[in-house]
Each structure stands twice: as structure tokens, then as C-alpha cells.
Design a protein around this ligand. Structure first.
Ligand code: G3P
Length: 217
């Protein structure tokens, strides 16, 4: 399973990248706004900075909702760097645009996916990635992980090549469960990635080893 970080914060991207286990980055308009980035030029520069920092796929989301607008915006984003993946919402015009990007060699990430039916349409249009939002499904009282299992089953049976990119990750256990369910990618906040490091027995064991090491130092 590939690890992406789900943020537009350069310091957090650097920290995850320095671990040596980062395969890519996902962003969205909310994450970009959180960084206080203003204006088209600044947005494009920010994506470029991320691309120069991480050697992997970088999702940049369109904000147009009509097919012509999505295609025009996606072409500009894709021109920033060869690793840009155009992130497109799961709407009718989004599917049309994904089909166009597929036929024109531009990678896509179909976002805001909450059902198997939506994921089937994204795969049929040739999306590179599909992003089921498991945390938001959990938040609404349903089981997000069920959807990951269902998509793995459908995509494997049907031979769809679209990669399942589990998004809206809330904690380290989500990452573990995604790995178990066969997600191709998990995009996570930095805290959830770092949370995987933690175990009290590791801390207790290391303290004891370091204490005992003093006996022969
Ligand atoms: O980038 C899409 C997704 O990961 C958003 O997550 O935490 O806003 O539900 P969240």
C-alpha cells in the first residue's frame, strides 16, 4: 500500500517525506485555504513547491463544476509538473472530464466518493485513483471501511485498474484496516502516520535497554 500525506502544509509534507516512506500528496480546496494561499498564481506556485519536494503523485483539485471548465483548469494544473494528478469531483460533468483526461494521458483522482456505484463510474471513465472518504462515512454513522472492502472486491472481480485511494483518514487504525482491506493507497494526516510508530511496550523496552546499556558503557 502506498502512503500519501493529505495536507497542503509544506512543513508537514517535509516531515513525512523525511521519514522516507512517502509516495505522494493529496490536497483539496479546504486544505489549500487552511495554508492561507491566495490567488491563482500563489496556488500554482504552491503545487510546484510540493512537486519539487516529493517524488510521487500530487493531487491538485479543480474548482470548476462544468466539463469545459474542469478540462481547462485540469490542463493548467497538469502543465505545472509531470507528477500532478487532476482531482475531479464525483459529479456528471466530472465523469465526462475524467474520460477526456484519460483519453489525453492526464492522470486523475475522482474525489468525494461515498458509494460503490460512484466508484464503478469513476473506474469506467478510467480514473487513475478513486477517493472514498471513509472518515466522513464513519462520521455520518455508517462504516467507511465496509466501502473499502466492497470496492476492493468489485475492482478485483471486474479487473478495473483504477487505484483505491482511501481518504478522510482519522486515525492510525484506519490505516491498518485499509492495508488489511487491500486499499492501493492511503492518504493520511501526519498525526495518523506518526501514530503508527507508537506502542507503550516499545517505549518501556527501549528505556530498559538504554538503562542496561549504561552497565557496560
Ligand atoms: O482530501 C480529501 C479527504 O482526505 C478529506 O478528509 O478529514 O476533510 O474528511 P477530511
Amino acid at each position: 500500500m502506498k502512503f500519501f500525506i493529505d495536507t497542503a502544509n509544506l512543513a508537514q509534507i517535509k516531515e513525512a517525506n523525511d521519514l522516507g516512506i512517502l509516495d505522494g500528496v493529496t490536497t483539496n480546496p479546504s486544505l489549500m485555504a487552511k495554508e492561507g494561499i491566495k490567488g491563482q498564481e500563489a496556488v500554482m506556485k504552491h503545487y510546484k513547491d510540493i512537486c519539487e519536494m516529493v517524488d510521487g503523485d500530487i493531487s491538485a483539485e479543480v474548482i470548476s463544476t462544468d466539463v469545459d471548465g474542469i478540462i481547462a483548469e485540469g490542463k493548467k494544473l497538469a502543465a505545472i509538473h509531470e507528477n500532478i494528478v487532476v482531482k475531479v469531483p464525483m459529479i456528471k460533468d466530472g465523469i465526462k472530464a475524467i474520460k477526456w483526461f484519460t483519453e489525453n494521458g492526464i492522470k486523475t483522482n475522482c474525489t468525494l466518493v461515498f458509494s460503490a456505484g460512484q466508484a464503478i463510474l469513476a473506474a469506467k471513465a478510467g480514473a487513475t485513483y478513486v477517493s472514498p472518504f471513509i472518515g466522513r462515512i464513519d462520521d455520518s454513522g455508517w462504516d467507511g471501511m465496509e466501502l473499502i472492502h466492497q470496492l476492493r472486491q468489485i475492482y478485483s472481480v471486474q479487473g478495473f485498474e483504477t487505484e483505491i485511494l482511501a481518504a478522510s483518514i482519522r486515525n492510525p487504525n484506519h490505516i491498518i484496516k485499509c492495508a488489511e482491506a487491500g486499499a492501493d493507497v492511503c492518504t493520511c494526516p501526519l498525526d495518523s502516520i506518526l501514530g503508527l510508530l507508537k506502542h507503550p511496550l516499545t517505549d518501556i523496552g527501549l528505556a530498559k535497554f538504554l538503562e542496561d546499556a549504561k552497565k557496560f558503557a
